[in-house]
Design a protein around this ligand. Structure first.
Ligand code: NAD
Length: 504
């Protein structure tokens, strides 16, 4: 990074004697020391944000939206720097960093475009026609806490922070320790675009200390991360009666139909499973294939998986990068070892690639995973795909739904039949002849999960409105008075009865 040095980005954070080293997962080397804030520092940041939000709430929405348009331009201009930072902190491949950056840029223009329509006062149907009229306003909530994970720091920041800001809120965001620079740089660009600096504060530190201080003091929490942490955030938010959205984990199935082309299905499965080395909430982790196609499919997917280029590169020459660090490597190896110990067969990969760096792991295909294996229904969150056979489609649908999660699902084959299957899958999104990109890339399509994958949806108009309080305004015209005394009701009763009848 040239003019925007790491030091100048980190300078945004309140100072702290406590630091943790932020590491580059591709090399294991330290990038810089990241301050770890206390609960008191987070509370102070929220108090300051609350003061700044007063003026912002009264800034016309058109003006707020125009700053997002400006940000959109700056994101485009700094696309390369954003991808460099993403790769530095996550070690994902250039292609996956590009995909994430493009998504983030699209979100800025989308929210700039829809904000005015979403937030402008709207007339609603009056309850007492001719006597009253009604409107609905969408008032900002105040200070929104955004808590983001390490794996998609840029896209997930933009998808929550921008709609919260444009709705008139201030934001205090807890960036994950591993990927704070990317978040700080995105914020730096927002300030350059003209968004008042005090409106978006980034804080870093221990998950529980900083996370609790956020949930205990803000007016709404937009949380993205694991289901285990999401439950804690939800319980704490419920105690305070504040709203929260929870974007959590997934165990995302793909059903390959009899009508599918085997080669194409294998290609789609690979693209759906190995994005960001499988460290993506909507990644495909299980594939169900008709028994008669299973062997051919396994051979095809193994061949394609073995041909993927894994490594570190700042150009588009590598298909897959590294895992995100030591914990991720232990997690993925633990799941694969457990599956093998309980009877699964590794068809491709299944090993660490130490020659490439400390945390590289080969994209892996397994089959015959025992229902007792941890991987059967739990989220691996790594480059591992489980292929299983099915005899009839109903059985495949039952297996696909047989998990606590319900984030994303995929169906490959004839579109009409796939649409019928989609209706039976219990997931927040279903992608047909695609793993996740078709729905994920649409800013208009709500994104979120059922069951243990979370609550609430981001994207679309609802993606903005969740950061507002709906306020109904009712006005009596004064032309005909609303009854106030019993005798008035008596007089008006026939007219009111007629009206109710006519309005049905
Ligand atoms: P995590 O739950 O460990 O951490 C997420 C964030 O929460 C981090 O910033 C962490 O510091 C913070 N945190 C930790 N303890 C907290 C607490 N008690 N209160 C508040 N915040 C706390 O998750 P992770 O390992 O960073 O991310 C991976 C998980 O996130 C996977 O399960 C993945 O599927 C999920 N995820 C979901 C989506 C989605 O949109 N549904 C997107 C990305 C990742």
């Amino acid at each position: 990074m040239s003019e925007t040095s790491i030091g100048s980005l980190v300078a945004h954070l309140p100072a702290s004697d406590q630091t943790v080293p932020a590491l580059n997962p591709a090399t294991g080397k330290k990038i810089f020391d990241l301050p770890q804030l206390s609960a008191a520092q987070v509370r102070d940041a929220i108090t300051d944000a609350r003061i700044a939000q007063h003026d912002w709430a009264h800034t016309p929405v058109t003006e707020r939206a125009s700053l997002l348009k400006e940000l959109h331009k700056l994101l485009i201009a700094d696309e390369t720097k954003l991808m460099d930072l993403l790769q530095l902190e996550t070690a994902k491949s250039r292609a996956h960093a590009f995909e994430e950056t493009v998504g983030a840029i699209a979100s800025a223009s989308y929210y700039a475009k829809i904000a005015t329509k979403a937030l402008t006062r709207k007339p609603t149907k009056a309850g007492i026609p001719f006597l009253t009229k009604t409107y609905v306003d969408h008032a900002p909530l105040g200070v929104v806490g955004v808590i983001t994970p390490w794996n998609y720091p840029l896209a997930l920041t933009m998808l929550d922070v921008l709609p919260a800001l444009v709705a008139g809120n201030a934001v205090v965001q807890k960036a994950d320790n591993q990927t704070a620079l990317t978040v700080l740089f995105a914020r730096h660009l927002a300030v350059e675009a003209g968004i008042p600096a005090e409106l978006w504060t980034v804080v870093t530190g221990d998950g529980e200390i900083v996370g609790n201080a956020i949930t205990d003091n803000v007016d709404y929490v937009a949380f993205t991360g694991s289901t285990a942490t999401g439950r804690k955030v939800a319980a704490r938010a419920a105690e305070r009666l504040i709203g929260c959205s929870l974007e959590l984990g997934g165990k995302n199935p793909m059903i390959v139909l009899e009508s599918a082309n085997v080669k194409r299905a294998a290609e789609i499965a690979i693209a759906g499973a190995f994005g960001s080395a499988g460290q993506l909430c909507v990644s495909i982790e299980r594939v169900f294939v008709p028994n008669r196609m299973k062997q051919e499919f396994l051979e095809e997917i193994a061949k394609r998986t073995n041909s993927l280029k894994v490594g570190r590169s700042s150009d588009f020459s590598m298909d897959i990068g590294s895992l995100g660090g030591y914990n991720q490597l232990q997690r993925v190896m633990g799941y694969v070892d457990d599956a093998v110990a309980t009877g699964a067969t590794v068809v491709a990969g299944g090993k660490q690639l130490t020659e490439l760096g400390p945390y590289f792991y080969a994209p892996t295909v397994v089959t015959n995973v025992n229902p007792n294996a941890r991987m059967y229904a739990q989220e691996v969150f790594g480059p591992v795909i489980d292929v299983e056979g099915y005899e009839d489609l109903d059985a495949a649908i039952t297996m696909a739904n047989d998990t606590d999660y319900g984030l994303n699902a995929s169906v490959v084959g004839n579109e009409r039949e796939a649409l019928r299957v989609a209706e039976k899958l219990n997931a927040g999104s279903v992608n047909i002849n695609e793993g996740f990109r078709a729905s994920f890339a649409s800013m208009e399509s709500p994104m979120g999960g059922t069951k243990a994958s979370g609550q609430g949806r981001r994207n679309g108009i609802g993606g903005i409105l969740r950061f507002t309080e709906a306020k109904s305004i009712g006005i009596a015209h004064g032309l005909i008075k609303i009854p106030t005394r019993a005798k008035h009701y008596e007089k008006m009763a026939p007219l009111m009865r007629l009206m109710v009848k006519l309005l049905k």
